[in-house]
Design a protein around this ligand. Structure first.
Ligand code: GDP
Ligand code: MG
Length: 317
């Protein structure tokens, strides 16, 4: 399946909630007036675009109307598509620039950290990179067992200690081993216990500090994993984590199971950190490098068919 098809399929529910609702508004109004704009704004907000992205988009649409870029309601959808794609940041190429490149994966429990590490390991491994996993979630034995299964599936080494061990010690050993084995990419799993912000902050700080003993500029990347199904809560979580640890990117998981994919547009707005990867399923291949244009294209694709279908369904001529 092509990238576009996969994203299209994964985004089906978001498309339904966001794009179809925009289309319904567009069909319902003959001309662009205040009422049209108000309705449109409401739909964007319920589509999990977030306040900042919605405000920006509404401002641009009003500007487009005033400056004669938009004349008819039907021109609004292509305008939204173009504006959203341009507003999203194209993340830097996920090239490996250091050897080893040390990537710290953070996020609360259950968002998909371990699974994403498995998929990332597969991605880098299939590009011919030497990958090593560090089982830094030592809180439960099950966590490192889960990561071990991924390591075996992908065929990459893993460094782990027993349950309750110091995560920083795991990271120390992992980096030492990575240097000795001439590894290209080290992916560090962490525990996501957010019971106290201070604890987590201390733990992540210690991991970074200890990592620097072996590789002075590590970690090179710190990616926050967010669960798209939590919608705007993911944005709040991102803000909280941004205060705990300096983030360089977001991995947005579970886009396949949610109507709240519009959250993609609010992460950059609210957090200032680009979405780097998107998770579109539980399989090993279900992680994609995030590219704004194809993403927005996939979201808005086949809009004409959809208009006709939803028009028929709603009995609108
Ligand atoms: P962690 O606690 O952050 O390490 O989360 P896990 O990696 O254990 O994942 C929690 C659950 O989310 C598991 O059942 C995963 O299979 C599932 N999951 C992770 N990423 C995705 C995704 O992109 N799509 C779907 N549908 N499920 C996912
Ligand atoms: Mg985990």
């Amino acid at each position: 399946m092509s990238f576009l098809d996969k994203v299209k399929q994964g985004l089906a529910r978001t498309k339904q909630s966001l794009v179809r609702n925009i289309e319904t508004i567009v069909i319902g109004y003959a001309e662009i007036d205040d009422e049209f704009l108000d309705d449109l704004e409401a739909v964007l907000l319920t589509g999990d675009l977030g306040v900042t992205a919605t405000d920006y988009l509404m401002h641009e649409i009003r500007r487009g109307v005033t400056e004669g870029e938009i004349h008819h309601t039907k021109e609004v959808i292509p305008f939204i598509e173009k504006t959203l794609a341009a507003r999203l940041e194209t993340p830097p190429e996920s090239d490996v620039r250091h050897r080893p490149e040390v990537i710290l994966i953070v996020g609360v429990n259950g968002v998909g950290k371990t699974t994403s590490i498995g998929k990332l390991a597969h991605y880098y491994h299939s590009q011919g990179k030497k990958v090593l996993l560090a089982a830094g979630d030592t809180f439960r034995a099950a966590a490192s067992e889960q990561l071990t299964i991924w390591a075996e599936r992908v065929g990459v080494p893993i460094v782990k200690h027993g349950e309750g061990a110091d995560p920083a010690a795991v990271v120390y050993d992992a980096l030492e081993s990575a240097v000795a084995r001439d590894v290209d990419v080290v992916l560090i799993d962490t525990a996501g216990r957010l019971h106290t912000k201070v604890n987590l902050m201390n733990e992540l700080e210690k991991i970074s500090r200890v990592a620097k003993k072996i590789i002075p500029d590590a970690p090179h990347e710190t990616w926050l994993v967010l669960d798209a199904t939590t919608g705007q809560n993911a944005v709040s979580q991102a803000k909280l984590f941004g205060e705990i640890v300096p983030l360089t990117g977001v991995v947005l998981t579970k886009l396949d199971g949610t109507a709240k994919g519009g959250v993609v547009f609010s992460i950059k707005e609210e957090l200032g950190v680009p979405v780097r990867w998107i998770g579109l399923g539980e399989g090993i291949d279900d992680l994609q490098v995030f590219r704004p244009e194809p993403f927005v294209q996939a979201l808005f694709a086949e809009q004409h068919n959809t208009i006709t279908e939803s028009t028929k369904q709603r009995g609108i001529r």
